[in-house]
Design a protein around this ligand. Structure first.
Ligand code: ADP
Ligand code: MG
Length: 368
């Protein structure tokens, strides 16, 4: 079910002006603080009535100023996951979950309680009160409660922002399952490039109330207009091949093998890797006698001058329809010294410690 967001709204000095249609799946609304993400989510939720526009999930219209359709918030069939869990402190986890289901229409076919408990791994928590849960456990229960309301759309406004890195890593796989196993569109707000790379089916990049880029994670994270020259990253598909006794995991990519500190995923698991352009070093010849284990050959596609001393070099890795792009941010001085030009063979060197756990997520086979 595609998500259609067409609206114009003014609050004081701030103007939101958006017209995009996102394909089915998990859509990340991405942008810096103050770019209008929460304002847009509030419009979808019906907490704010836009000056004009049309919001629809598939053919289910939430509002349309032209035809004067306006569904009040309680009739929008939304599942919410907020930054902080917002569970009822006096109810057990089980009662909190069932409270969600209480709002599901009798005829709605949502997920069953047992399925939600299994999917989120919250069986052992059912009789506890929220006060006895960790931040990550609370968020899992909040996701469960949202799912049990049999929503037609799930809204998650920076659901990980209040968690530390370890808790984020604990929750991300559950959003991956939600994306891959539940046929409900998700609008997920984030200002984290790592979350975009891991979770998004598609990305809407907002800045100052306007859409500056829209596309797959690879397209948007690789777009220096959307990310700024320093924020550009690539998303590379990989598959776990083996785990070795020296603590490294071996991965296969379109351009060859990568070695990373031991990953939890079993051999065969498809992954997406987010690789920051500043973490990539380039060499014309295949380097030898180097401590870095990860050397991927590719071809220079283009060089893009940014402001300052940096150049963004895009390589094509692999060949034909399996080719993927990898961006490297190097100095103009290096690019000139190397005589880099489109079409040349070039080697990308990636330090295996450059990838944090948050950068490595479950892959989607059809990721563009
Ligand atoms: P984000 O969620 O991306 O951080 P917001 O949607 O919360 O951004 O805010 C976008 C802009 O709208 C900001 O400049 C903010 O100050 C302004 N804004 C949001 N809500 C209000 C309001 N109720 N009154 C005045 N300005 C607001
Ligand atoms: Mg916000």
């Amino acid at each position: 079910m595609s998500l259609h967001l067409h609206l114009r709204h003014r609050i004081g000095e701030f103007a939101l002006d958006v017209d995009v249609t996102a394909p089915p799946g998990l859509t990340v609304l991405f942008g810096p603080s103050g770019s209008g993400k929460t304002t847009l989510v509030n419009a979808v939720a019906g907490l704010l009535r836009p000056d004009e526009g049309r919001i629809a999930a598939g053919d289910w219209v939430l509002m349309d100023s032209a035809t004067r359709i306006w569904l009040p918030p309680h009739r929008r069939r939304l599942g919410y996951v907020f930054q902080e869990g917002r569970l009822f402190p006096h109810l057990s986890v089980r009662q909190n979950l069932l409270y969600g289901r209480w709002f599901a229409p009798r005829t709605a076919r949502g997920e069953s309680l047992s399925r939600v408990i299994e999917m989120l791994g919250i069986g052992p928590l059912l009789d506890r009160r929220p006060g006895a849960l960790s931040g990550g456990e609370k968020q899992r229960v909040a996701i469960g409660r949202a799912l049990l309301a049999a929503p037609r759309l799930i809204l998650a406004d920076e659901p990980l922002a209040a968690l530390d890195e370890a808790r984020k890593a604990e929750i991300l796989p559950y959003f991956e399952r939600l994306r891959d196993e539940v046929a409900v569109p998700i609008l997920y707000v984030s200002h984290s490039s790592a979350e975009v790379a891991r979770l998004a089916t598609s990305v809407i990049a907002l800045r100052n109330g306007r859409v500056v880029a829209m596309g797959t994670p690879a397209q948007v994270l690789g777009d220096s207009a959307a990310m700024g020259a320093r924020g550009v990253a690539s998303v590379l598909r990989a598959r776990v091949v083996a785990h070795h006794p020296d603590g490294l995991s071996e991965l296969d990519t379109v351009a060859g093998r990568l070695w990373l500190p031991r990953l939890p995923q079993p051999p065969g698991t498809p992954l997406r890797l987010r690789i920051g352009a500043s973490e990539v070093i380039l060499s014309r010849a295949r380097p030898t006698g180097l401590s870095a284990l990860n050397i991927l050959p590719g071809q220079v596609l283009d060089l893009h001058d940014g402001e300052g001393p940096g150049v963004l070099v895009t390589l094509s890795l692999g060949d034909g329809s399996f080719a993927e792009r990898l961006a490297a941010r190097i100095t103009r001085r290096s690019a000139e010294a190397m005589g880099l030009a489109p079409g040349q063979t070039c080697h990308a060197i990636i330090k295996s410690v450059a990838l944090a756990p948050l950068d490595i997520g479950a892959g989607v086979p059809d990721l563009g």
